[in-house]
Design a protein around this ligand. Sequence first.
Ligand code: PEP
Ligand code: MG
Length: 908
Amino acid sequence: MSHTPAYVYLFGRQRTDGSAAMKNLLGGKGANLAEMCRLGVTVPPGFTVSTEACTVYTQQGRDAALKLIDAEVRAGVAAVEAEMGKRFGNAEDPLLLSVRSGARASMPGMMDTILNLGLNDVAVEGLARKTGNERFAWDSYRRFIQMYGDVVMGLKPASKEEHDPFEVVIDMLKDTRGVKLDTELDAADLKELVARFKALIRARIGRDFPTDPWEQLWGSVSAVFESWNNERARVYRELNDIPEAWGTAVNVQAMVFGNLGDSSATGVAFTRDAGTGEDLFNGEFLVNAQGEDVVAGIRTPQQVTLVGSRRWAELAQVGEAERRAKYPSLEELMPDIYRQLLEAETLLENHFKDMQDLEFTIQEGRLWMLQTRNGKRTGAAMVRIAMEMLAQGMIDEKTALQRVSPDRLNDLLHPIFDAAAMKGASVIARGLPASPGAATGQVVFFADEADDWAKRGKAVILVRQETSPEDLRGMSVAQGILTARGGMTSHAAVVARGMGKCCVSGAGALHVDYKARCFSVGERTWNEGDWISLNGSTGEVYDGRIATKDAELSGDFGKLMALADKYKRLEVRTNADTPEEARVARGFGATGIGLTRTEHMFFEGERIVPMREMILAEDEAGRRRALAKLLPIQRGDFEGLFREMSGLPVTIRLLDPPLHEFVPHDEAGQRQLAQEIGVPVGRIRLRVEELHEFNPMLGHRGCRLGITYPEITEMQTRAILEAALDARAKGAAVKAEIMVPLIGTVREFNAQAKVIRKTAEQVFAERGERIDYMIGTMIETPRAALVADSIGQQAEFFSFGTNDLTQMTMGFSRDDAGKFLPVYLKAGMYEHDPFRSIDQKGVGLLVEQAVKKGKAVRPHLEVGVCGEHGGDPASVAFFHRAGLDYVSCSPFRVPIARLAAAQAALEG
Ligand code: PEP
Ligand code: MG
């Protein structure tokens, strides 16, 4: 072929320039359209304007970009004309085009689409004559004006309470005609709509709707490029870590019509179940409709397969006779087409070796595939599909592990309703089980308000008639989403599954009244702020607040975890302060405790009292008296931890936080304490004032406590080792690791290690038996990291406290960063929140060097991390590369860290 594409890549039966390998250049949609053509799947011909053209558009502006692509686009249109046997802008039999965006990563519903491009007052007549269907022609035209008016000319609702202005015009006409459905409007009505739409545009925008097809095309291509930077696309990119520099491609394609009568239809399908992962082809379609109707969720779609249709009917409480008559499956309605579709889905899934999300249109009995892409899915589906494809021999173990994003395992750990709390629950409505999980919260009707409420710490359920991409932010902060309209493939359903968020869609019994801020079901009404609960796995909506509880690891999830263990090198421990947390974490596969924050135990019940006595004591003798009361309590707690973790290491850290955290700062609290421990309130007030620090995070805390009050270290060492002996006596295999917090110099470590060893010898002498234990340290001040070689000569293990190490290296406190960090992140000062994902270049450098220095002086030095970063997949990958032995994270992040560790090992 002589022609080499510069910015425009053709696809079709006659010639295809692109392929699936060219996603960066052609976007996911364009690359896959080309790939389908290569596979011989029937696709309407077209061309893709590359993401490079988008970059030119963004950087150099519209004129420069359009000039650059002009000749190639014209050649592209000519090629489509040749294949379809129609001419663009022709008055008798016009070629109509669709214009769609398509970025490198799929951004469903995030950007804009124009259909039926090429129609004008002349061409519409030609189309009517050619198809012999006047109503269809005018309906296509009015849809085109509506989309073009919205997307290209910017005619949108003026406020959030206002409905779409075009829909208002339609509703007015329907009222005058006394009809309910759009389909009841006839050709004359639609002609009238076209006139009214054009008048609306002229009145609101001050310009005429353009009738020149080329002007329409350039306008649409430009609008797609512009849409890369619209608000909802930016929010989606932010939520999904998609770089702005990627840009979007534009796909221009011959139109095919699903609204040419009863032998036409349009639909979407998944090669496997996107909610559960079940290996069952499924999808939805609408007869005599255009593509956007299915996702818009306005009509109730029918199921593609008979099995799916029967399942749907059961959920929707539709009887078999009614189902067959009113909502037959495609399999029943058009068996031939169904067979072709089945062939295409099998071919495409086998080719891409992943679950595919397909769009198709049937035009007068002929099937056209419009799109294929790897389907979005819930975390549960992600795991099941990966494990089943592995079992089916479609993919290998490594691919199966890489198919699951670690963070999405959260979905499987999603709460379910507490069985006891379900007893009194009453179902108020039923919808489709669009995205699994259980949610309970207060009703809110607007996305921006959901955001406000959530910021104030409220749990909200976003209730909408149907959702649109503008609702994204509100959806992301809500506990769950409930919509009155829409099928399993509606925007709400697809987006909620992508977020792993509980969603019930299409609960038809709901009447939502935005103005009055309420919804009703039959006679009953729920107002903004009322509590409801959703079960996204069954589609049930409940009145009131229902307690939820956490789920467990089993089935495919368990298999995936076993596979992860086969490939990972890093061990995954847990941060646990109670035997219960230790038990949960062990259930999730933790191989030890990396951090027990002993102080957390002091806040429970009555325990705080002797702790406060200790803090308020005037001298060592007083402190020792109070510590003697704490000893048995701590010993009991530690014994519980050792027994739960029998056979595995348990790292217990000595007291760390500044003491002021334990005393009451308010008058009433101080009075109560005065009574409880029998000292004058004045003395308490004075002591609290003494304890005040200007910067407590850099104050009297960490090993500084044990150095100034060695009796605390003595008591805790005694509690740990006595507990270890007691647990061993009861049959547990104990591996105790005593950890000194927040050192900056090896002398601090040595001083504490001396107290620990001396106390240990006393305990062993008293008990007449010994037990092995290790003494190690946290590395959480920059100085400790820098002198890790001298510390490594003394300490038997290191555990990086990356929370403190981050705040001390960055120079901002983790408690106060919230005031400016959001602004910083928006401005790109940091790519990520450094408290969530480790700052690899700065803080990470300290970690890498400290590991090297420590291991150089003590080759078997055990090195782990116990800051929050231990459960963050990107950080886990970094710790793998840095040569750590383990990460330690909260119990519910253990499976995530295990998978992340395996993926890190596979990446090498
Ligand atoms: C740390 O600093 O990373 C750590 C684990 O300790 P804490 O969060 O208790 O300060
Ligand atoms: Mg710390």
